[in-house]
Design a protein around this ligand. Structure first.
Ligand code: NAP
Length: 285
């Protein structure tokens, strides 16, 4: 929170994130910095909620009038049964990462897809481009939805190719396949949504499958320069760290609640500063 602490009064709105384990999530740093920059009277906290307590936590949030709750690992699917409404996009993606209080009702949304699209658009246009999405889990579903909406052509490649094929067919991507298919795919962009590389030096694909001129984004953001991104740079590709997907999905959460454009550069600096303070942050958003 760049500089000063907020003054908490009877009017201060409470927001937060539910996840497990909470570890060193940097979401409070990002959101509190945005509140301070915009002069919004709110505070944002992290709540470590194990799966068995999620129902009580959501009931408590509703009773306490918490204005917005981000929802992270491992609750993004389970929470869909606990809210008053799930918006159509989040239902299509099959995951909710944001609960916003509207007229006393908790409405579930998904901002991961917006985060991915806006992060990619920092580097490149998406319309008509061929994108290889690595992974077929929850993050992949959000990214594929966003890319198709932006006019991209999408192939989904996954360790378990059957999951990739099912996702591709359900969401309307070109095709699914195995991670090893990347080498033979003339992709303009590659987006890693597998968890490979999280806190490790592994990459989901061999360096030789990456080419000069590609744009490569990793949803994994710890470490910031993953093995995949380092390999991509060495091969002459442009890279986008997962930090930007996280910052833009948080920015969209703020917009959903307040209707205001979020100060993304302020939030990115708060993310960096929180990482330096924590030493080795975890991956939960
Ligand atoms: P998930 O639903 O559990 O999906 C995990 C994916 O990783 C699956 O496709 C799985 O393949 C693949 N995978 C796991 N271990 C693998 C291995 N050893 N080799 C190859 N593939 C492997 O998880 P998720 O919710 O989609 O999250 C995925 C990652 O994205 C996490 O690191 C998460 O933190 C990150 N994320 C980042 C942001 C952001 O804002 N930057 C937002 C959301 C998520 P199988 O189908 O074969 O099991």
């Amino acid at each position: 929170m760049e500089g000063s602490r907020p003054v908490v009064s009877a009017r201060t709105a409470l927001c937060g994130i539910v996840l497990h384990p909470a570890g060193h999530t940097r979401s409070p740093a990002m959101h509190n910095a945005a509140f301070a920059a915009l002069g919004i009277d709110a505070v944002y906290a992290a709540f470590d909620v194990p799966p068995a307590a999620l129902g009580d936590a959501i009931a408590g949030a509703r009773a306490l009038g918490i204005r917005q709750l981000a929802v992270s690992i491992p609750h993004k699917q389970a929470v869909m049964q606990l809210v008053d409404e799930v918006d159509p996009t989040a239902r299509r993606i099959g995951a909710v990462n944001t609960l916003t209080l509207r007229d006393g009702r908790l409405v579930g949304s998904n901002t991961d897809w917006t985060g991915a699209v806006r992060a990619l658009e920092r580097e490149t246009a998406l319309d008509g481009r061929l994108v290889a999405v690595l992974g077929a889990g929850g993050a992949a579903r959000a990214v594929v939805h966003g890319l198709l909406g932006a006019g991209a052509k999408v192939v989904v490649l996954n360790r378990t190719p059957e999951r990739a094929a099912a996702l591709a067919s359900e969401l309307g991507a070109d095709r699914g396949g195995a991670l090893s298919d990347l080498a033979a795919t003339p992709a303009d962009l590659v987006v890693n949504t597998t968890s490979v590389g999280l806190g490790s030096q592994e990459s989901p694909v061999p360096a030789e499958a990456l080419r000069p001129g590609m744009v490569v984004m990793d949803a994994v953001y710890e470490p910031e320069r993953t093995r995949l991104l380092r390999d991509a740079e060495a091969r002459g590709a442009r890279t986008i760290p997962g930090k930007w997907m996280l910052v833009y999905q948080a920015a969209e959460q703020l917009r959903l609640w307040t209707g205001r454009e979020a100060p993304v550069e302020v939030m990115a600096r708060a993310f960096d500063a929180a990482g330096s303070r924590a030493g080795r942050p975890d991956q939960a958003s």
